[in-house]
Write a protein that binds this ligand. Structure first.
Ligand code: NDP
Length: 273
């Protein structure tokens, strides 16, 4: 049986085994998918041991994505851009290929919700790993403008400069944001601390689309806040999680699983359906 797993710390609550088991059943692929939680300084050893013992591929989540980037033999162009690896495949010629499917997952989920990216004005909150992974796939959709705002403004500026060659990306301080945005994506981890990014309520209007990369059994603080301000199209990151997994599954198995039913089952599992 081909073996896959997700490396993370902590990883016990990961939904990836649930998702990939459903993908495998749906596509009639024989594989097993488990969890690995090595100590922070033992990731490299655990990764090598997994592949030495016949592992075919793995996902990598917080806090190992940057380490994985440095450890693989070869990087996909999108992983190189993201500066992080969330998917590793052992190729037939024994090469560890590092990929990053997070941004593609975000874009696929936005499209599944009918959000038009091309020609739109997008505000991306946060300049951490998730923002970095999202930038190239978002810019590939040719928005009219993509503005990055981050608590530490210098990081937003640095990110905008790094992706400048892809066109249409700038950095702006939260308090200076203005104009009408079509889509706001929250890639900050503020919700984890029960906090809100410092966004002016005037930026929210009835026709805006709101996306929070975080997800949970109930509304994230950001989603609750946006709803209160009158936003109607609101999405959390659960769909992104399923879509990035589908992209990883495709990299490993060469077959693209359907995501709609799996997302429904995941929501049922989380008690949100
Ligand atoms: P990082 O730690 O790399 O970055 C965190 C970002 O959030 C930084 O820009 C930081 O700003 C900002 N931030 C943190 N706290 C606050 C606050 N109180 N107010 C304003 N800004 C704040 O995290 P990641 O980028 O890796 O992850 C971010 C989020 O995305 C997480 O919640 C994660 O769960 C989610 N995610 C979801 C995925 C999915 O599949 N749905 C995939 C990947 C990530 P500063 O620079 O000033 O510190």
């Amino acid at each position: 049986m081909d073996r896959y797993l997700v490396f993370g710390h902590p990883v016990r609550h990961s939904k990836s085994p649930f998702i990939h088991t459903l993908f495998a059943r749906q596509t009639q692929q024989e594989l097993e998918y488990g969890l690995a939680e090595p100590a922070i300084d033992e990731f490299a050893t655990a990764l090598r041991a997994f592949f030495a013992q016949g592992g075919k591929g793995c996902n990598v989540t917080v806090p190992f994505k940057e380490q994985a980037f440095a450890l693989v033999d070869r990087l996909s162009p999108r992983a190189k851009r993201a500066g992080a690896v969330n998917t590793i495949k052992l190729t037939d010629d024994g090469v560890l290929l590092g990929d990053n499917t997070d941004g593609a997952g975000l874009v696929a989920d936005l499209k599944a919700h009918g959000v038009t990216l091309t020609g739109g004005r997008i505000l991306l909150l946060g300049a951490g790993g998730a923002a970095r992974g999202a930038l190239a796939p978002l810019l590939a959709e040719h928005p009219a403008e993509l503005v990055i705002a981050n608590r530490t403004h210098a990081k937003a500026e640095q990110l905008a400069a790094e992706f400048h060659d892809l066109g249409g990306v700038t950095a702006q301080r939260y308090e200076l944001l203005e104009g009408v945005f079509d889509l706001i994506i929250n890639s900050t981890s503020a919700s984890l601390q029960g906090e809100l990014p410092p966004l002016a309520p005037a930026l929210i209007h009835a026709d805006i689309a709101i996306y929070d990369m975080m997800y949970g059994a109930s509304d994230t603080p950001f989603i609750g806040w946006a709803r209160q301000q009158g936003a109607r199209q609101i999405m959390d990151g659960l769909g992104m999680l399923v879509e990035q997994a589908a992209e990883a599954f495709t990299v490993w198995r060469g077959i693209r699983p359907g995501t709609k039913q799996v997302l429904r089952e995941l929501k049922r599992n989380l008690g949100t359906l």
